[in-house]
Design a protein around this ligand. Structure first.
Ligand SMILES: [Zn+2]
Length: 1061
């Protein structure tokens, strides 16, 4: 997934071999409290070891899960019912409120909804039969437990109904295939469904536990091996979104079974699960559609399933629809059959490989495709009909990238042919009965020989895109490119496509076993997106973007609230939180570092191919990847990739490398670069760092680069005494920050002052980033930062300028919010003085080079943001021309944002811009207008736009995080935004899940502007009042840490700023 636009079990911590072994161990005792209780298949034989003497405390443990204590009467009735082999849930559903986490899902059977008379008869009957059973059963006088005859028989305590108490599912059952039939009703925004799950028993068990959320299951049948199918009762435990079947007799390892569940649900109103969406077409008509977004935990909202990435299976999907809609799913359509009720049924071919549930997708609506054949794959790009002409660029980019990946990975598009991965299909070697249902007909086999890869732009979509296998879903801004789009917009679209296509191998073909290793998906796709674009579309200058992304990843990972790349994940919120810059950008950064440090340019690729081939169709963890790369790496310098890389994935943060030099001897020392406000937190973390360096002897060409591996606290190497300066981390390919000491910094500063071209532009940007970071860490005075920046008036390259502007802007924003007016004015003068000549050089005409567009938009946005007269006049003139021409004249794409921002500051132009926004159809342009509108400094308009974003009519709710982050940048809006978030928190987390990237963005943008104790107290007070509604989020810790650091930095540097600015 590409989201950016957007405690207690130990399993996740276990090494791979332990996780796998645990699949074959008996499941934990604590959850077995009720394993006797199910009604399957009929009247169960009671097993005294299981039934009788669970300690009261254990029972309470499970009871506590549900916060649903039974009253005494219920307990008694329950006791009797259970002894009859009847389900507690079945019997007592009428007593249970909807708020109960334990919910009965099967249709009522005996004793349900009884009249008073029936009830009395029923209870009497139960009591009599139960008493007789107990008398017979407990005849020996005591019941044997594991510890022997422990106590005398008396009233048997009732075991609680739900048989599983863990967040992760048990591994005793493995799903093999799903047969899904869905009836979405787009008029009433609900759906019914039927799911047939074929499973194999991996080891003996008395329960089946799987996921289901917000589904009303109306019927459930179960069939074991060749037996008859019979009705079963489904227990539900809502807090964990789990359902379960209990069996009185063990299912035996090797047995096959089929569970069929019929259910109904509403289409979701949020952006996950099977959700409804609408848009207004060009004739002003409202159009509806239904789409899916399952990653990470929402497949269970569309169909009951084993919703964890390691439970791969095949999927056969059938969707009933009105004839005037169309449907799409992961696989090509096999056939369309008319139904009796005027609907038709589309049946898709069964997936040709095993697939994780989060990759399943289906869509109902009206979309138009454009298509192209690429290496026997028919690539299609879909959009709503009126945006069809915006799809050409995506089709072209996707075709080129598919070609590249097919070649790079030496594995053709993985979902292409049935039979390419027969072992994955038959990984549990099922007998023919299962195989025959996996391969229902020769027809299916033939149809599957050609494969479609679909990319579709969905009008209402929260994430940037989602890599569903064979049906990749996108936000419109991530896929559609208008005729007049700038290369910068093409860069966005190509990047997202490159990312999602890389997932078809990384993530879809080989999938992380659990969300703790999400980076295996996301770090890889992020890395491949930059790498592939450098080769396939070099004109997009993707290198600058990747460099900036690595700087931001360092900034985040420096906080104490960061986490290791692979980290324990034990709750839904923690799963959501994994979609962050550590999994994506740090993951990509360490892969770049690894690739750059391996000998030979093909080593990395060979290792990746080996990894993909070895684990094709399977699940992996981080060690599997390092082992594959270690097997390939033959150089003696890095004898062990695994040893090196685990230091980067198993601990949070990254190292600060300090350089000191005496004559020809250079000493490097490493420590954890940890930003903490208390100065008391230290860690002893060490990394295995492939340190690279260049010197004034040779500093630009790749051959100049020297490599030194620093594994211990410190290490030394020699350089010729004549060397004047050293620059470490050549082109910033390593994930660490360097401190050169006073002399080292002075030497580099002098060198740059003489000639900026002594270093590559990446190295110059890296020096700027590093010195600001060191100032934040408290290692260098801000005076040193300003000294280094003295060279910047001679700088002409994009990445050093944009990095310097970004860092200075951050400080400007903090001073502004603290109302340090004189410093704000001086900072403004400083920026305009140092960048003024470069700003003046920028034109307002069309500009082809992406890199120059990036430079120009950063400079002009800053200039106009600081009210530079020159800039604002030009922007106003362009806006007027645009409006006068009825929006037909062209504002260069990279300048649209600055023009709209300036327009939004004027009382007359803001409503004009709002009107344009209402009528614009091209989404990328629309977003820039929205950002402009939200940048207003008029309090009433700010309040209006925040509310409109939440309401979702004029401004789609998917844009609310963007609105909030823009409002927060301005002085007029940041406190309104903070109030708005506090007041509307519950509605926000209804729209965006706790921990999700959208919520992370909202919290970060609202709080990162604070730098005073009063605001720290407010933020702390608000989030701690949330309790389970978000107080435990990592982004909250990050927010508090950031405010403390801002406060500390301000207290320490205000005087320096007064003196030196
Ligand atoms: Zn992704």
């Amino acid at each position: 997934m590409d989201p950016f636009d957007s405690n207690s079990t130990e399993r996740a911590n276990l090494p791979r071999n332990m996780i796998e072994n645990s699949m074959f161990e008996e499941e934990p005792d604590v959850v077995d409290l009720a394993k006797d209780s199910a009604a399957f298949p009929t009247f169960p034989a009671l097993d005294p070891d299981e039934v009788a003497y669970e300690p009261r405390s254990s029972r309470l443990l499970v009871r506590g899960l549900g916060e649903n204590d039974m009253d005494e009467d219920e307990e008694d009735c329950e006791s009797s019912a259970r002894l009859l082999g009847m389900s507690f849930m079945n019997r007592s559903s009428a007593h249970r409120s909807n708020s109960s986490p334990y919910t009965r899902q099967a249709p009522p059977r005996s004793c349900s909804r009884p009249s008073a008379r029936t009830m009395v008869v029923c209870v009497l009957f139960l009591v009599i039969v139960a008493s007789m059973t107990m008398v017979l059963y407990f005849l020996p006088g005591c019941t044997f437990t594991k510890t022997g005859c422990r106590k005398e028989n008396k009233t048997t305590p009732i075991e609680p109904p739900f048989p599983w108490s863990q967040f992760r599912l048990p591994h005793s059952i493995r799903p093999l295939s799903y047969d899904l039939t869905l009836n979405p009703d787009l008029d009433n925004m609900n759906f019914t469904g039927s799911t047939v799950i074929k499973m194999v028993v991996l080891h003996n068990t008395k329960r089946i536990v799987l996921h289901s959320a917000n589904l009303n299951i109306s019927k459930a049948t179960f069939k074991l091996d060749d037996g008859e199918a019979s009705d079963v009762t489904v227990l539900e435990y809502k807090p964990r979104q789990q359902i379960a079947l209990n069996f009185s007799e063990e299912l035996k390892a090797g047995q096959y079974c089929v569970l069929t569940l019929d259910y109904s649900a509403n289409l979701s109103h949020t952006y996950d699960g099977f959700y409804n969406s609408s848009y207004t077409d060009k004739d002003g008509n409202k159009r509806v559609l239904a789409a899916t977004q399952f990653e990470p935990l929402s497949a269970r909202k569309a169909f009951p399933c084993f919703d964890e990435p390691a439970f791969k299976a095949t999927f056969l999907i059938k969707i009933n629809r009105k004839p005037d809609y169309m449907t799409l799913s992961n696989m090509p359509k096999a056939k369309t059959t008319p139904l009796n009720n005027g609907l038709v049924q589309d049946e898709f071919e069964m997936t040709s490989v095993n697939m994780s549930t989060y990759l399943v997708a289906f869509i109902v609506g009206n979309f138009t495709p454009v298509s192209k054949n690429v290496s026997e794959i028919l690539v299609s790009v879909y959009s709503v009909p009126e945006k069809k002409e915006h799809t050409d660029y995506a089709l072209d980019a996707a075709s080129k990238l598919l070609d590249f990946y097919n070649d790079f990975f030496e594995i053709n598009f993985p979902l292409k042919k049935l039979g390419e991965y027969p072992l994955a299909l038959a990984c549990f070697n099922p007998p023919m009965i299962v195989l025959s249902c996996l391969l229902p007909s020769l027809h299916t086999l033939i149809c599957s020989l050609s494969f479609l890869s679909d990319l579709i732009a969905i009008p209402d979509f929260l994430a940037g895109a989602m890599e569903n296998w064979g049906l990749i879903t996108f936000r419109e801004t991530s896929l559609l490119v208008g005729k007049q789009s700038s290369p910068l917009e093409k860069q966005v679209v190509a990047s997202v496509i490159a990312h999602e296509l890389a997932h078809q191998w990384f993530g879809n073909l080989v999938t992380m076993s659990w969300w703790n290793d999400l980076w295996l998906n996301e770090g890889f796709a992020t890395y491949m997106q930059y790498m592939s674009l450098q080769t396939v579309l070099p004109q997009l200058d993707i290198g600058n973007l990747f460099l900036a992304v690595r700087f931001r990843a360092l900034d985040k990972d420096a906080l104490n609230s960061s986490h290791a790349v692979s980290t324990a994940v034990n709750s839904p919120e923690q799963v959501e939180e994994m979609f962050d810059s550590v999994s994506y950008e740090k993951g990509a950064s360490i892969l770049l570092m690894l690739n750059a440090s391996l000998s030979g340019d093909q080593q990395f690729r060979k290792g990746i191919i080996q990894y993909l081939k070895q684990f094709s169709g399977l699940n992996t963890d981080t060690n599997d990847l390092w082992n594959s790369l270690t097997q390939i790496e033959v150089s003696t310098q890095h004898q062990n990739v695994s040893e090196m890389m685990s230091s980067w994935t198993s601990q949070k943060g990254f190292p600060l490398v300090t350089v000191s030099r005496k004559g020809d001897q250079v000493t490097l020392t490493q420590e954890h670069f940890l930003l903490t406000s208390d100065n008391a937190t230290h860690t002893s973390s060490l990394w295995n760092i492939p340190v690279t360096y260049v010197s004034d002897n040779c500093s630009l060409a790749p051959e100049c680069r020297q490599l030194f591996t620093l594994k211990t606290k410190s290490g030394t190497f020699k350089v010729p005494e004549s060397v004047k300066w050293l620059k470490l981390n050549y082109r910033n390919t390593g994930f660490y920050i360097v401190h050169y000491g006073d002399d080292g910094w002075a030497a580099l500063r002098d060198a740059l002052a003489n000639d900026v071209s002594v270093l590559t532009h990446e190295d110059r940007a890296s020096l700027i980033h590093n010195i600001f970071a060191l100032s934040r860490l408290g290692r260098v005075s801000f005076r040193h930062v300003l000294n280094l920046l003295n060279y910047i008036s001679n700088e002409t390259e994009t990445s050093p300028v944009t990095e310097a502007l970004l860092q200075l802007n951050k400080i400007y924003q903090l001073l502004d919010k603290r109302q340090e007016y004189s410093l704000v004015a001086r900072m403004k003068t400083y920026i305009l003085h140092h960048f003024g000549s470069l700003m003046d050089k920028q034109t307002w005409e069309e500009q082809e080079s992406v890199s120059k567009q990036e430079l120009r938009s950063a400079l002009l946005e800053t200039a106009c943001g600081l009210d530079d007269e020159n800039c604002t006049q030009q922007a106003k003139a362009l806006f007027k021309q645009y409006v006068d021409s009825n929006a037909t004249s062209r504002i260069p794409g990279d300048l649209q944002q600055v023009v709209f921002n300036v327009a939004a500051q004027s009382a007359e132009d803001w409503p004009t811009l709002l009107n344009l926004y209402g009528h614009a159809t091209y989404d990328a342009e629309k977003r820039k207008m929205l950002r402009g509108l939200a940048s207003t400094q008029d309090a009433r308009k700010i309040v209006w736009i925040l509310k409109a974003g939440l309401k979702g009519n004029l401004i789609q709710t998917q844009e609310l995080p963007l609105v909030i982050s823009t409002v927060c940048k301005g002085f007029a809006g940041y406190l309104f935004a903070w109030d708005f978030i506090q007041e509307n928190w519950d509605r926000l987390i209804e729209k965006f899940p706790v921990g999700s990237f959208a919520i992370q963005t909202i919290i970060n943008s609202a709080t990162s502007q604070f730098s005073t104790q009063a605001h720290l107290d407010q933020v702390q007070g608000f989030f701690s009042s949330l309790k389970e509604r978000g107080s435990q989020m990592r982004s909250v810790q990050e927010a508090l840490e950031t405010i403390r650091l801002n406060k500390r930095w301000m207290e320490k540097n205000l005087r320096t700023l007064q003196k030196w600015l």
